[in-house]
Design a protein. Structure first.
Ligand SMILES: [Mn+2]
Length: 331
């Protein structure tokens, strides 16, 4: 079901609420932030008191740019400050969770206890750990949460300002890797809708501009890529480099661009005792099934795992074993 099938229920929650707290996963990316500002504008339009909640201290480049662009238009608070801003009648408070459905990915799980009414809007798969209470709207066919929120905004015939439209569009461009992954008619419709409202594709390119030094660091891992079973790219980073999680994801994105590659895996150190794996798939190989035995998760297109106290060599062996066990020979 798409988000518009829940419009009636969303309205019911919104009618009851006076104060709304929007929260996405920690380590915001442009989809989490894009969908958040889109939702923020919708709520302002509905005359709600509204806050964006984050505890992130360090942000990726694009997120940092967006935060400085919106700082006068959006009220951003930390999870600590939520208590001071609650409506005295807890029934009038509403928590809207975007771009994740897992409590442990929120900046603080306590938010779920503090506020009884929840709406979750997300495009990631659910599992046993997912949030169960409240109105849960998951559309795994949507390219991005920004696409879902834009659909909702479009259904209210509401106008968003040019800046917010541009930020929403950048969320769609990020999650589809430039309209490659999970791109459907709805994705193009929402991109059209936002462009019509004044979203500027050139500004999106500026928001998505990368840091050259980080790009060069990523190349060190890309140049060592191995191709296994003819269509799976596996890149293992040197143990001397510590990457940010999003770097591993970007390497995996890049590897998917090449001829015959159906899916990509990238292994690299992301903290002193932590190794990350990031995986991307064109949709024909179920990468989440390959990473689940390693403690990871995700969906067919996009999956990741985080392993503490192990070595890159060991993780590479384990991953290769899972790939050989789970790989389908249909491709
Ligand atoms: Mn997303």
């Amino acid at each position: 079901m798409g988000i518009l099938d829940y419009r009636h229920k969303i309205n019911k929650y919104l009618r009851k609420a006076s104060t709304v707290f929007i929260v996405a996963h920690q380590d915001l990316d442009l989809d989490a932030l894009g969908s958040s500002v889109g939702m923020y504008e919708l709520l302002i339009h509905k005359r709600k008191k509204c806050f964006l909640v984050t505890n992130d201290k360090k942000n990726e480049l694009g997120v940092e740019k967006v935060l400085s662009l919106i700082k006068d238009q959006v009220e951003i608070i930390s999870t600590q400050q939520v208590k001071d801003n609650l409506d005295k009648n807890n029934n009038k408070n509403l928590l809207i969770i975007l771009d994740t459905n897992k409590p442990f990915l929120l900046p603080s799980e306590d938010l779920l206890k503090l506020i009884d009414n929840h709406i979750v809007i997300d495009h990631h798969d659910e599992n046993q750990q997912s949030i169960k209470d409240g109105l849960i709207i998951i559309d795994t066919n949507a390219s991005s949460t920004s696409e879902m929120i834009t659909e909702l905004i479009a259904s209210y015939n509401m106008k968003t300002n040019e800046l917010f439209s541009t930020i929403l569009l950048s969320g769609i461009v990020l999650d589809t890797n430039n309209f490659i992954l999970k791109t459907t008619a709805k994705t193009y419709f929402t991109a059209y809708y936002l462009t019509n409202l004044g979203a500027d594709p050139r500004k999106v390119q500026y928001l998505l501009k990368q840091d050259l030094k980080q790009y060069i660091e990523r190349q060190k891992t890309i140049t060592d890529v191995k191709i296994i079973y003819k269509n799976i790219a596996l890149a293992v980073s040197p143990p001397t480099i510590t990457y940010r999680r999003e770097d591993l994801a970007k390497i995996a994105d890049t590897l998917l661009l090449f001829n015959e590659i159906e899916c990509s895996f990238v292994i690299g150190k992301i903290a002193k005792n932590t190794i990350g794996i990031s995986a991307r798939s064109m949709g024909n190989i179920a990468i989440q099934n390959i990473l689940e035995p390693l403690g990871g998760g995700g969906d067919t297109y996009n999956a990741a795992a985080k392993i503490e106290n192990s070595s890159i060599d060991k993780i590479e062996r384990l991953l290769k074993k899972q790939i050989s066990l789970q790989r389908t020979d249909k491709i």
